[in-house]
Design a protein around this ligand. Structure first.
Ligand code: ATP
Length: 235
């Protein structure tokens, strides 16, 4: 990779965002959604983005994961300057180093929990000989060893979200991005998901950045960024 496409960030930084703006063009109109974001993610952190609906959390999360690029500003992940890379290059980095978790689990309905996690290793191109041990380890981490043969419809919402977490970490990403991962869960199941997140950070060398509306789970975060109308409120 040439020097132009690599980025420098401070030592110990996994991801850095500098002056990021995102404007969408709708019809003839320009709509500014992110208006100058600066943030940092360090290894083994749990970071939360909170803010009202429409404040720009999902737009930012998409940029952190290289699904979208800023109109202006810089995003450097793991030494890769996302703002200078094309779709294909960002996709390749994403496949290898980033995991995603969504509000609505995103599992394959006809596959068992085990097969869902295995699919993620298959897609990442992990050697077949490693699948069994890794799937088993990931399901154990999320406390679902006994549910390995169940299909999503045979699992509770919280269990399905934990399968989705096992699936997202199977290929050993450095960063996990989660958009409202507890929004569909009751408070007990939400707390279980947060406990799993803390466990994964402690044992899998991963940083998690998630959006949330739920004030009760903010206290487990290492850092909270509050977003108001496309900017971070000073904390
Ligand atoms: N592709 C797009 N084109 C035009 N406008 C967009 C696009 N994506 C997002 N927006 C607008 O940007 C604003 C922020 O949306 P975003 O989904 O980032 O907010 P959010 O904070 O994640 O909200 P929620 O909590 O409801 O998910 C909204 O007004 C939305 O309509």
């Amino acid at each position: 990779m040439d020097a132009d496409r690599t980025g420098q960030s401070a030592p110990g930084t996994l991801l850095s965002v500098r002056g990021a703006e995102r404007t969408f063009q709708v019809g003839g109109q320009k709509i500014p959604v992110l208006k100058g974001i600066d943030m940092e993610l360090r290894p083994n952190q749990l970071v939360m983005l909170r803010g009202r609906s429409g404040s720009g959390k999902t737009t930012l999360l998409n940029m952190l994961g290289g699904l979208d690029v800023p109109t202006k500003g810089e995003i450097v992940f793991h030494g890769h300057a996302f703002h200078k890379l094309g779709d294909e290059e960002r996709t390749a980095i994403r496949r290898e180093k980033i995991g995603f978790i969504f509000q609505t689990y995103a599992l394959m309905p006809l596959l068992s929990a085990w097969e869902n996690v295995e699919l993620s290793l298959r897609m990442a191109g992990a050697p077949r000989g490693e699948w069994k041990a890794r799937v088993s380890h990931c399901l154990e981490l999320v406390g679902l060893t006994k549910r390995a043969d169940h299909r999503p419809y045979e699992l509770s919402g919280g269990e399905q979200q934990r399968v989705a977490i096992a699936k997202a970490i199977a290929h050993r990403p450095a960063m996990l991005l989660a958009d409202e991962p507890t929004a569909e869960l009751d408070s007990q199941m939400g707390a279980q998901v947060m406990a799993v997140f803390r466990e994964i950070i402690a044992t899998e060398n991963v940083t998690i950045c998630m959006t949330t509306h739920d004030p009760t789970i903010l206290e487990v975060a290492d850092h909270v960024y509050e977003m108001v109308d496309g900017r971070f409120k000073a904390s």
